[in-house]
Ligand binder design. Sequence first.
Ligand code: GTP
Ligand code: MG
Length: 138
Amino acid sequence: TERTLVLVKPDGVERGLIGAIIARIETKGYTVERLELLRATPEQLAAHYAEHEGKPFYPPLVEFMSEGPLVALVASGHGVIQGFRSLAGTTDPTTAAPGTIRGDLGRDWGLNVQKNLVHGSDSEESAAREIAIWFPEG
Ligand code: GTP
Ligand code: MG
């Protein structure tokens, strides 16, 4: 069965939205297979966001992701990669559609577009790579 890596980013943890976000994953019918509250290491963030290295938002993104604990989880189910991206909504919470996690629970933080509550893998390759970063013990 398909798996995806979801992060509840530090803004989601700080705002007390872990339960609300996981509830959306579960009520959609996906299964939470692994779950951990942790502080990201610089190595994990560099690996996770390698594709964005060199972009202007990379330094504030990595700093934000280190500001507090985050939740890493593996969700599974048919079509979960695309399905969770759909649940999450588009990147910018200001314009993310109502009904999505970012659209309903996120809001405008000025320049801080990185504060968008969640991450979800964008392909099978990304999912496999990212699950290995956050759950290296397998
Ligand atoms: P993820 O599920 O987190 O990967 O989001 P995404 O796939 O919708 O966005 P993308 O992979 O393009 O960017 C990764 C993350 O970088 C986003 O979720 C944001 O947190 C942050 N980000 C992306 N674009 C911008 C930007 O233009 N400005 C800022 N400040 N942050 C950005
Ligand atoms: Mg992405």
